[in-house]
Design a protein around this ligand. Structure first.
Ligand code: GRF
Length: 204
């Protein structure tokens, strides 16, 4: 069976991208990263992906008249690199309906809270400000809402009494790094089926 090709979209440091690379190298995750695309020329993720020998592309919103044209440029590259699964890893833009429909059921996102709690920006700050005792991370398929798509996997992380957004983020990101590869692996093995909101994980 041919390997599933991942297209990673990321805006920043790309520690999730790095974890995926490492899990592929160690043989834990059977997939291939076809391309890493960032909307920021100086994003660390581009440097790290390049160093790992992965094709990288920078596509900046400012170079396009409309959001649709910007997203069409991203889609064209994903198609060029024969991407099967689009992996959002800290991609700080909300993708439009046309893009999402073009890759229906083939876009995953990771969010640093237990959705539907604390969607959108500043999830760690939100959890602390709310006084939550537990937060965590969620991997979900992307639909046209913000962090609303069908949930694939979640893992809880305790919020400690003295936590700041940073200390909480540092504990959650460790869980993210393991869980994202696990979810991607299930997708690659054909073990995920979305029935409406309910994602079924079948056994090997
Ligand atoms: C992660 O916390 C992820 O959950 C969120 O953005 C952050 C990206 O971090 N969507 P990194 O760039 O992968 O280090």
């Amino acid at each position: 069976m041919s390997e599933t090709v991942l297209g990673i979209l990321a805006s920043g440091r790309g520690s999730n991208m790095q974890a995926i690379v490492q899990n592929i190298h160690s043989g834990q995750l059977h997939a291939k990263i076809g391309v890493v695309i960032s909307d920021h020329a100086t994003a660390k993720v581009l440097e790290n992906a390049s160093a790992a020998g992965i094709p990288t592309i920078c596509i900046e919103r400012q170079n396009f008249a409309t959001k649709q044209e910007f997203e069409a440029a991203i889609a064209a590259k994903l198609i060029f690199y024969k991407v099967d699964l689009v992996v959002l890893a800290g991609f700080m833009r909300i993708l439009g309906g046309h893009f999402i429909r073009s890759f229906a059921g083939r876009i995953m996102n990771i969010h640093p809270s237990l959705l539907p709690s604390f969607p959108g920006l500043h999830a760690h700050e939100q959890a602390i400000a709310y006084g939550a005792k537990v937060s965590g991370c969620t991997i979900h398929f992307v639909d046209e809402g913000v962090d609303t798509g069908p949930i694939i996997m979640q893992e809880a992380v305790k919020v400690l009494p003295d936590d700041t957004a940073d200390t909480l983020a540092n504990r959650i990101i460790k869980v993210e790094h393991a869980l994202y590869s696990e979810a991607i692996g299930l997708y690659c093995a054909g073990q995920l089926t979305a029935l409406g909101r309910n994602v079924k994980i079948s056994k090997e």
